[in-house]
Design a protein around this ligand. Structure first.
Ligand SMILES: [Zn+2]
Length: 168
């Protein structure tokens, strides 16, 4: 999968996103296409458009000096694609790996998306104590994720069927 360069409304380069995410931003009128791949098209039942190589956001996004996105519960769910870190099913809650009662902080590296059942089961224990190993380690969001967060996107993986197929 090729990446698409994302420009701010002011034309300065911000980040890259996958082709699928770029198309979603364009279809949602969040961005306009500035440049396309000459021989690559996104084909679907209703749409047949050139694959965007460069897109530009319609609304100016203020980029903070620090590259790191501020921590938020919503951000953790977006980063983890709403997948539970303990069982992989749909997550609706945020779990502190080291519980707050034991000094764990509200930070990217100490929080994971979790289903309500696992969050309840783990309670005030560490993964070791609870015998619930993490399927993956928490991480700082990528600049692309941070940008999408700042745009208020949390469903950018919910692509229409035709688009996921057409983008292959
Ligand atoms: Zn779970």
């Amino acid at each position: 999968m090729r990446d698409t360069l994302v420009l701010n409304a002011s034309f300065e380069p911000l980040s890259t996103v996958t082709l699928n995410r770029a198309v979603v931003l364009v279809l949602q009128d969040k961005a306009v296409v500035e440049q396309t791949h000459p021989e690559l098209r996104m084909r679907g039942a209703a749409v047949d458009i050139p694959a965007p190589r460069v897109i530009r956001l319609c609304r100016y996004v203020r980029v903070p000096f620090r590259r790191q996105a501020p921590w938020s519960r919503r951000g953790v769910l977006v980063r983890d694609r709403h997948r539970c870190a303990y069982c992989g099913s749909r997550a609706t809650t945020v779990d502190h790996v080291v519980p707050r009662s034991k000094g764990g902080s509200d930070s990217w590296l100490n929080t994971v998306a979790s289903c309500a059942e696992d969050n309840h089961r783990k309670a005030n224990r560490t993964p070791d104590e609870a015998g619930m190993p993490l399927l993956r380690q928490p991480f700082e969001p990528t600049p692309a994720d941070a940008m999408l967060l700042s745009l208020g996107h949390d469903d950018f993986d919910a692509l229409p069927d035709w688009l996921s197929k057409g983008a292959a």
